[in-house]
Design a protein around this ligand. Structure first.
Ligand code: ATP
Ligand code: MG
Length: 392
């Protein structure tokens, strides 16, 4: 008996004339995400991707990867049958035996996209349902709350049977590449990886920037950021991570500006430098992980001060989320355990005791005017290190 993976995609179906373009992006992304994991043959037909895993023992791993490719809404294993009702019954009995033996009720749902098949969906469901009912006497048909739903799909070249309960959920979203590129300000914290993932899910390619304050933050802190990027890369494929030396800027702020304005001035430098990098690398927006009111630097007044220095869209997808919701997402995404490793972030090293919570642009600008902003930015940009991060 031959087994295959069926992956279904979601929103692309609504894309009208652009659909073939999105479909080919999706197929490319699938190939990229699987090529290092296993040898497969994948083809797309009738809004379904058929993945034949040539090394059977790697099927679970391939499923896991497919479920991380944006655009895909579900993945399931299915048995391949000839387009013949007797073969469908035979395969269903053998392939679904473990599922049906473990359950006490079931139903069959058939779908016929090949209209030349001599039976319609209702007739297929009845025939296969009646047969399984006889073959597995302990199990009852239940149309409303079955423990197992057996799915039969009669398609162009073959028919497929599987059990709906074995289907795993995909990420949904749009294929990466369909939505140009944005630059994620990636710290070692919980929030920014989640923010990056949320925007990437809409088809946006991601570059990342990290501000790094050696020796105040250790090499381990940098490794942590690389690890976070490599987890996000499982969803997006390779990420270019730009590491910006930030120590000189932080020391200049500490030595010249009022302590209570330190965090905001620092944040303004991060935004400016990120914008320059974004423009240089053809990125169309910045992404940050703020949520209103989470800390002093995330009040609306503080966000106004921080965002004022940038002239490109700033995407803040967590802006209305509670910390608990963000933590849940970080767990699902797989970044949480890394984010909570106890290495210092550059912001925590230089934290004022009493940060301003209701800052005004004029006051911050005045404090900042004691610095040679342009020179500090240029020096930092001259020291940028590019790290190409591959999926973990
Ligand atoms: P996170 O959990 O993402 O670190 P946070 O709640 O600690 O967020 P802040 O420290 O105020 O928030 O930072 C706000 C945002 O600024 C972060 O979500 C991130 O996008 C960006 N950011 C902060 N520190 C850095 C850094 N060292 N490098 C790059 N971006 C940073
Ligand atoms: Mg942080």
């Amino acid at each position: 008996m031959k087994e295959i993976l069926l992956a279904k995609y979601g929103e692309i179906i609504l894309k009208g004339g652009n659909r073939p373009r999105f479909e080919s992006m999706l197929m490319n992304n699938i190939a990229n995400s699987i090529k290092k994991v296993a040898d497969v043959k994948a083809r797309l037909m009738q809004a379904t991707i058929y993945v034949d895993v040539l090394e059977e023992e790697k099927t679970d791993l391939v499923m896991e990867r497919l479920a991380k490719v944006f655009g895909i809404v579900s993945v399931t294993r299915a048995a391949v049958c000839e387009k013949d009702i007797e073969d469908i019954k035979r395969v269903a009995k053998e392939y679904l035996a473990p599922d049906l033996e473990a359950a006490s009720s079931f139903k069959v749902e058939a779908k016929r996209s090949d209209k030349l098949f001599p039976m319609n969906s209702m007739e297929i469901s009845k025939e296969v349902g009646g047969f399984l009912d006889d073959e597995f006497p302990h199990i009852k048909a239940d149309m409303h709350h079955p423990e197992r739903t057996v799915r039969v799909e009669v398609r162009d070249f073959a028919a497929y049977v599987y059990c709906m309960e074995n289907k795993i959920k995909g990420q949904g979203g749009m294929p990466i590449g369909s939505g140009s590129k944005a630059t994620l300000l990636l710290s070692g914290g919980i929030d920014s990886p989640v923010a990056g993932h949320m925007i990437a899910k809409r088809g946006v390619e991601i570059d990342a920037v990290n501000f790094f304050s050696f020796p105040y933050t250790s090499e381990r802190a940098k490794e942590k950021v690389i690890e976070l990027a490599s987890i996000i890369a499982q969803y997006t494929s390779k990420i270019n991570l730009y590491v910006v030396p930030f120590t000189e800027i932080q020391l200049a702020i500490r030595d010249n500006c009022p302590e209570e304005h330190m965090t905001l001035i620092m944040r303004r430098f991060m935004m400016r430098i990120s914008e320059r990098l974004a423009r240089k690398h053809k990125s169309k927006a910045l992404i940050t992980g703020e949520s209103v009111g989470q800390v002093a630097s995330q009040t609306l007044a503080a966000l106004d001060v921080t965002n004022a220095v940038v002239d490109m869209p700033i995407l803040q997808p967590l802006i209305g989320m509670d910390k608990i919701e963000v933590v849940d997402r970080a767990r699902e995404l797989g970044t949480f355990e890394t984010s909570i490793l106890p290495y210092e972030d550059c912001c925590t090293v230089f934290t004022p005791k009493h940060p301003t919570v209701n800052p005004k642009r004029e006051n911050i600008e005045k404090s900042e005017s004691r610095l040679d902003v342009e020179k500090l930015i240029e020096e930092a940009l001259a020291g940028v290190e590019l790290i190409e991060v591959y999926p973990q």
